[in-house]
Design a protein around this ligand. Sequence first.
Ligand code: CDP
Length: 225
Amino acid sequence: MKINIAIDGPSASGKSTIAKALAKRLNYTHIDTGSMYRACAYLALKHDLKPEAIELVDLVNRSHFGFSENGHILLNGKDIDAKIRSKHVDLLTSTIAQNQAIRSTLVSIQQQIANTKGFILDGRDIGSVVLKDAELKVFQTASIESRAKRRLTEYQIKGIDVDYQTIYDEIKLRDLQDQSREHSPLIQTEDAYVLDTSDLTIEQSVNQVYEWAKELIEERGDTND
Ligand code: CDP
């Protein structure tokens, strides 16, 4: 029987990479909820709106959020994935994610998408809010140093010119914003398995979550539905 998997954790801990690979291996659907918050930041920038503006909430409510076959975010049917992964969008997203009206719209869309089993959602509030009843909850973390190094490599590959210290400071600030916000802060739920990826390769991390998932799937019966 299929299960639902919630993966939460701080920025750049590799949640989406692990979730994507795991979804492929289990033949499940991966939803990167962070890309939906990023799409809201994109809307704010495009329409020159402040993170707390009521006009932004209206715009988000009138927008359609979907995902392409390859997991890219579709905003009103348009693939905006390449536009939402900049350093500038990172910080703005974390500020917009404090807006409770926006959170509640996105959470209900996520719950509608994952209303059956066979989903892997990654984000900050999946195990605590969106999929409280997920059979497997993973809290994925890593030291700030290793997360900053990973993000630096990602930016370098994209040709973005940025130094290690700037990225380190921004990750620290984003951790603080995500963990201390009033609504749905990033927390480790009591029933979550902890995965510290600081010294693990992607393959080792995926294998570990796969083992946890396999065990739970087998406990629930070996059919493929
Ligand atoms: O890729 P990275 O881990 O850096 O970030 P992300 O998962 O794309 O999420 C970007 C921002 O969206 C986070 O810093 C959070 O502030 C927010 N977010 C959230 O509040 N709740 C979620 N379920 C997912 C993301």
